[in-house]
Each structure stands twice: as C-alpha cells, then as structure tokens.
Ligand binder design. Structure first.
Ligand code: SAH
Length: 235
C-alpha cells in the first residue's frame, strides 16, 4: 500500500469546510505521486492537530481536500532553540532540515565575528522546514528567524532560558540531556573569537559546553548538540 502523503496546511482544519491546497501541493500530488480524487491524505497544522482527509478535487495546479477525522489533537512540542552562525547555503539547508527532524522549535541564524554570510532566503528555508516537518510527523513548523548579530541576541536574551554555547577545546562541561526550555548556540567554521568567548562570560544564562574531544564541523555540532540535549541520557 502506498504511504499516505502528509501535508502542512495553514488554513483552519474544521470538518465542514473543504480545504484548498497550494499549487505546489497539487503538482506534487498529481504529477509526482500520481494520486487522484478519493485518495487518502493526512493534513496538519499546529492549531488544529492532524487530520485524515481525502482528495476531493485535483487539477494540474489546484487541489481541494475534504477532512474525515482528527487523528491527533494539537499538542505542545519541544521548546528547543537552535542558534547557529550562518553557514554556506547548502550547509544552512542541511541544518534547517535536520534540526527540524530533531525537534528544534526556533531556528535562529546568527552573525558572528567570523561569519561570512549575512542573508538567507526565508521562503526557501521555510519550504525545507515544512517538508522536514511533514516527513518527521511533527505538528509544528519551526519558527525560522531572520539573522541577527550575536551581541544583539545576548543583550535581548530572555534570561530565564539557559543558553548552552558549544565551545571546542575549552575544558567545558559535557552537554547533558534537558527537557526544560533552552537553547544551543554553535559557532562558525572558524570558531568564536576570543572577544566573543570573553563576552559570553558576562551573561549568567550562558553555559559553555563541550561536544567531545574531536573538532566537529559546525553542522555536525548543531545536530550532535540537539541530539544530546533532547534525546541523550542524563548523567
Ligand atoms: N575552526 C575551529 C573549529 C570551529 S568548529 C578550530 O579549528 O578551532 C565550529 C563550531 O562547532 C564551533 O564554534 C563550536 O561551536 C562547535 N564545535 C565543534 N566541535 C566542538 C566540540 N568538540 N565541542 C563543542 N563545540 C564544538
């Protein structure tokens, strides 16, 4: 049996109203997945949870769904922020996709002293995150924030949220499992500068953490850090 496509839709999911999908969804369902009217589909969003539905009408660039029954009520998901020094385009894409699979709720690109890129393509990153949320059975799409300079972020930080900063070769404590709202910050390929490392010491909500004895690429550090924070065991 073919797998049931799982799609995120912004509109309210209420049983009485047909739901209009996007042109991209119509194309994907019709031309790529070769689905047709009557085929089962799964729809979700953070407000209304997940619903079993079917295709009510399908043309090349238009699709409508009819809802059948709710399969998951809306629920709170992880409160886990990932802040990462902005990477090259392909690597940023990878971090967005994998961090979504690993449950990050906020993705915050950061501009640091050694960051080269300063811009992102919001729509593209949102598409990547949406597809990763569809695939990984999340109910929410992570909030992808516009890039911000590191000093701004530190100055306006919600001080009750611990910020775990991944620092290599620093004799820092190992990162450990936490179920509390928290955030992980990973630096750029060139690492943080001494000034940045000094600045971290001024903020009581910052805790430096190590991800082990090897020097990881920034994207690896993001994924390992998220994994250990949320899925790892405690000491
Ligand atoms: N070029 C630097 C390494 C930077 S690695 C050097 O050779 O010294 C990129 C980022 O990944 C770092 O800023 C840090 O946030 C994270 N990172 C990599 N390995 C790590 C480790 N073992 N522990 C903690 N953080 C690490």
């Amino acid at each position: 049996m073919p797998t049931v496509p799982r799609l995120h839709v912004d509109q309210p999911l209420t049983a009485a109203t047909p739901i209009a999908g996007s042109a991209a969804q119509a194309h994907h369902l019709g031309s790529v997945l070769r689905r047709s009217v009557g085929d089962e589909i799964c729809l979700f969003n953070s407000r209304d949870g997940e619903w079993r539905a079917h295709i009510a009408a399908l043309r090349r660039d238009r699709v409508t769904f009819a809802l059948d029954a709710q399969t998951r009520p809306p629920a709170l998901e992880d409160d886990l922020w990932l802040l990462f020094a902005l990477l090259k385009r392909d690597t940023t894409d990878l971090v967005i996709e994998k961090a979504t699979e690993l449950g990050a709720s906020v993705l915050q690109p950061v501009i640091t002293d050694r960051t080269n890129a300063a811009r992102v393509n919001d729509a593209r990153l949102r598409t990547i995150a949406t597809e990763a949320a569809e695939q990984s059975e999340r109910l929410t799409i992570p909030d992808i924030r516009p890039p911000r300079p590191l000093p701004d972020l530190l100055e306006s930080w919600p001080t009750n949220r611990p910020l775990f900063v991944a620092v290599e070769r620093a004799n820092a404590a190992p990162i450990i499992h936490s179920t509390e709202p928290c955030a992980l910050l990973v630096g750029p390929e060139g690492g943080f500068t001494l000034q940045e490392l000094d600045a971290f010491r001024c903020y009581p909500f910052v805790a430096a953490v190590t991800l082990g004895p090897r020097i990881l690429r920034a994207e690896t550090a993001c994924l390992v850090g998220l994994t250990l924070l949320r899925l790892g065991g405690s000491r």
